[in-house]
Structures are given as structure tokens and as C-alpha cells.
Design a binder for this molecule. Sequence first.
Ligand code: COA
Ligand code: AMP
Length: 624
Amino acid sequence: MGYNSEFRRSIDQRDEFWREQAAAIDWITPPDTIWRAKANGHGEWFPDGVLNTCDVALDANIRAGRGDQVALIYDSPVSQTQQSYTYNQLRDAVARFAGALKSQGIRKGDRVVIYMPMVPQAAVAMLACARLGAVHSVVFGGFAPHELAVRIEDARPKALITASCGIEVSRVIEYKPLVDKAIAQSQHKPEFCVVLQRPQAHADLEAGRDLDWEALMAGATPAEPEPVQATDPLYILYTSGTTGKPKGVVRDNGGHAVALRYSMKLVYDANPGDVFWAASDVGWVVGHSYIVYGPLFAGCTTVLYEGKPVKTPDAGAFWRVVQDHGVNLLFTAPTAFRAVRKEDPEADHLQRYDISSLKRIFLAGERLDPPTYEWLKEHTGLPVLDHWWQTETGWAICCNPVGIEMMETKPGSATVPSPGFNVQVIDINGAQVAAGEQGQIAVKLPLPPGCMTTVWGDDDRFRKTYLDPIPGYYSSGDGGYIDDDGYVFIMGRTDDVINVAGHRLSTGEMEEVVASHPAVAECCVVGAHDDLKGQVPIGLVLIKDGATIDHDELEEELVEMVRDRIGAIACFRRAMVVDRLPKTRSGKILRRIIRQIADGEDYSVPSTIDDPAILEEISEKFRG
Ligand code: COA
Ligand code: AMP
């Protein structure tokens, strides 16, 4: 069957289609009901199915005879470690850690925050939670204590799992002081913390609260998988929205397992035994879906890489990993290859390695710029496949469906909608636009399995953000168009979300931090184009009347505040003092135009602008 007929069937015979896909999963009780409506066109998948996600990822592979196959390879140039776990070994480690958590009182439905670097124990902790039916919430290690505190406060975890340190290119980052600070800031306090001691830094443990990972493991009795309803939450993953309060995207167990299993074939054409490497971090959705769960659901070997594309030690790092582990499928963010290309424009490093195992390269997380696409294609001679998705959807909304039919690629396009996603382009009045015309990208409800079920603790926010803006549709927050051949082109966010080196961040949140400086009267933060990172934030600030602070000093303080509150990953390095901000007559800051000015693009002066002369003043500032 070709792509078109599979896509049509997924929409026209939805339940039959997903019942077939669900059969690929080892259920405890297979679902009878496939989809049940809730409200506003939204619904739940496989509501009467029972399974355990960890069992599907590990035990089911062992039952299928893959116990001695390598499940996970840990490759860490920053700690000079390589280590692999077979499915048997990984299951044993996970069952033991699950037993350890159980002995400390963790039960089905309890939340566990995981704040860890890219070590195999991060995946072990996630899978151990899944084994108990506990809900994990992984927080990216690059976030500052304040961000961690906000997530602890919202998820209200019973336990927090961390390590003594993370290792960056030029420094060791001690995690324990960050965790202590976050817990001190949060109203909610976890009952206990588990700390993995790494040789690069020793963490002091607080008596009565902190437990040593190794000691806990040594005395633990392995735990069996706990049966959960398909609709029970598997995890909460916080993602940036338009305000300072991140949204806790909730993912279920059953829909997630079915969708990811299907996506491994559809999007990546991954088969059992393939070596799959998603060069990302477990703190992001890519890490959840394609470092931990997806490859294991599909019986692949997954690579967990603690390093960077460059400087660990050089721009040949990715090719070295491909060679060392016989990687067949590689997935990363375009920014990673922009960094490689910048340091090694002629791809000289590629000549040093044998990458003949590699079949395809997949990119997502931000727009794949045509020069990076062409460079990769030219130097590797491999298919380079863009796909578009979001934390909210958990798997590709649009892809080149290589598992069914390899389609022609078009630079700048994420190709076609994945079966299950009825993608349409809608104008501001809620009407569908003609082919080639730009608008908001929306998905006609219901969403397929695997997508977010709600915002943790705030169903109202879920509806208001995603379902209410265009009735009957899921609003993606991205703008773009579909061409005459049905190819989807994603042009960028229509809200205050920006993408910095593949990291999703909120300019609204940065504005809140900048605005809290005592000398700042008003401010706005926009994402400006950056050749390496895709986008970087730039602040425009108005100083309060009477404040006498030096502009450079203010910039330094603001940069430090954003680093301290959000984290170094925000890459907020520029704050310009201006006399006025361009606004509409109703007082709305014209952020889009500021961004166009920052990027040196042409812009049209809107009729609603309060005073057009301000735009020239701002342009002057950027030129200066
Ligand atoms: N823990 C703590 N700090 C972290 C961190 C982590 N996990 N990740 C990044 N940081 C810090 C860095 O140390 C750096 O701090 P500094 O300002 O003190 O130097 C800052 O955050 C910015 O880091 P980074 O974004 O990595 O910028 P860079 O210039 O060092 O590297 C790239 C640029 C493109 C090589 C890098 O961003 C990269 O590898 N990007 C790919 C991202 C990715 O895989 N995203 C997942 C989506 S699929
Ligand atoms: P995240 O939730 O961190 O995965 O970020 C999701 C956002 O990243 C999307 O809403 C898009 O704005 C952007 N994005 C992800 N993949 C692509 C892609 N292939 N092309 C263009 N933008 C993308």
C-alpha cells in the first residue's frame, strides 16, 4: 500500500487503522474500544486497554528472543566512557531501580522529577518509573534552579532523581547545589532525592532526605511491571509557552506506545536490531521519544551520547560515533550540523571515518535551512529527511514516510502529513486557505494516538491554548503553507516561542525576567536570526524615568539575570536600550516588525501603528 491510501485509511477508517497498529504492542489486556470522545472534538485512545510501558520496551523484547541483543549504548567523550547494556541487562537494572523506588514508597500515579545529565541512569530512572506506573517528569539539565523549582512546584513530585554533575565542554557543572537551591525555592518539597555520584564531582548528601544511587541499588529487590490503563499518564514534560509558566505536556501510556511503535517504521523505517541514534538530550521530547522509548519499543539498539557535535573533541565527533557503533539511522537538530559545517566546511573529518552503516539522516526541532540540507546531502550522499513535530505531539506531524514509500524531498519542506494527522492551513477567520497560501497550521481533531492528553493540572489551559483558537482543530502555533503537491512547509512560530540551537524557549518568559530589573520600565524580547543557532533572543528595554544606570552595565545585569533564572542555554546576550517601543494604537508591541528589523528584512508599516517614526529609530539602533 502506498502513502496516499495509508493516509486516507488513517482518516476515513480511523479506528480500524489504529486497531491494526495497536496489535504490534504487547498489551496485558488489548483494547476493545479504540477511541472515545471527551469534549470539543478531543478524545482518548484505547481507554479499556491495559499495559505497562516498561514491559513493552524491555520485557517484551526479551520474550521475543532479543535478551542478549544490545539495547543501549552509552558513549561519552566528555567522561571518556563507552558502555553497553543488553536488553537483559537493561531490564535487570531498571527492575532493580524500580524496586528501590518502590521500597521508598513510590507507587502508581506518584510523580518523580528526573534532573540528570546524559548518563544511562537517566534512561534507567525513566523506565523504572514507567515500570511502577509512576509519572516521570524529566527536566533538562541546562535549566537553572528557578526553572527546576517551577516544575517541582507544578508536578508536586514525591521524589527527585539527580546526579552529582553534568559535564559540559569546558566545565563540570555540579547539579546538587542547583537541586538544593530549587527545592529551597519551591513550596512543594519532594520526600526524598536519589543522587548518582559521578567521579568528576562529589555531592554532599543531606541526611534524612538524600539517598545514594549505588547504595539504594545494592539492597533493592527487582520490581515487576505494574499494569496501568492505556489512558494513565506516563510522563509530564514541560515546554515553553507564551508566559513564564511552562506547560506540563501530559502523555498517556497506551496511545504513546502504539504511536511511537508505528512511527519507528513509518518515519524512520527502523527494524529490530537497527542501531538508532537520536543525538539530543533526554530532557527534550526527542530524547523521550527517540533516545528512550521509540527505539526500545521497536527492538532497536539506542545510542545515548553525552557530548556535542563539535569540541568533544572535534567536528568529526558524529562520524566517529556512527563508525564506532555501526549507527544505521541518525536523528539530530539542524543546528548540530550547522556547528559541524562551520568548523569543517569541506567535511574533511568525514574522510577519517567509515560511515557505511548509515542509511538515512533525519532532522527536526527547527527549520532545516536549505544550505545545511544541501551540505549534508552532498558530503554524505545519503537521504537527508526533514520532519516536523512538537513536544505536544510526541512524534512527527509531517515526515517523509520512508517506511511506506520514499517520497521526493523538497528543500524547505517537512514533506507530507503523517497518517493520523489531518493537517490543514487555516486563515485568521478559521477558513481553509488555498494551496500555496500561508496561514496557521492546524490539525483537524481528533489527534492521532501519542499526542498530549492535557496540560498537567490545568485542562482549561489545554483547551484555551490548543483547542479553542480554531474550533474543531488542534492549533500548532506554527505558520506555513501546503503546496499543490500536498507538501507542507513550516515557516515559523506564530507566538512568542523561539528555537535557540534546537532548544525551545519562551521570549515571554525572558521578558518577565528582564522586566523585573528595577531600572526597566518596559521591554520586549524577540528571536533574531542566527547563522549557527537558528535564533537568538534580543532584548529591547526602556529605562525608567530618573534611573541613571549605565547602558552597558544594565545589559550585563540583564544577561546575568536571564542566565540565572532560565539558564545559559537561553543565550540571551544582547539588551539594547531604546527610547520608545513600536506599538499599535491599542498598545500592543509590534514584535514581528522588530524581529524583521533585527533580521534586516523588509517590513510593511502597519496602519495601526501609533508612531511610524519609531521604526526608523529602532532600525538605527540595530545598524549601530
Ligand atoms: N547542562 C548545563 N549547561 C548546558 C547544557 C546542559 N545540558 N547544555 C548547554 N549548556 C550551556 C552551555 O555550557 C553554554 O554555557 P556558556 O554560555 O556558559 O558557555 C550554554 O548553555 C549554551 O550552550 P549551547 O546551546 O550548547 O551552545 P554552544 O555554543 O556551546 O554549542 C551547538 C552550540 C549547536 C553545538 C549546541 O547548541 C548543540 O549541540 N545543539 C544541538 C541541540 C540539540 O540537540 N537539541 C535537541 C533538539 S533535537
Ligand atoms: P519542540 O516542542 O521543542 O520540539 O519544538 C517544536 C517547535 O519546533 C515547532 O512548533 C516548530 O516551531 C519547530 N520545529 C520542529 N521541527 C521543525 C521542522 N522540521 N521544521 C520547522 N520547524 C520545526
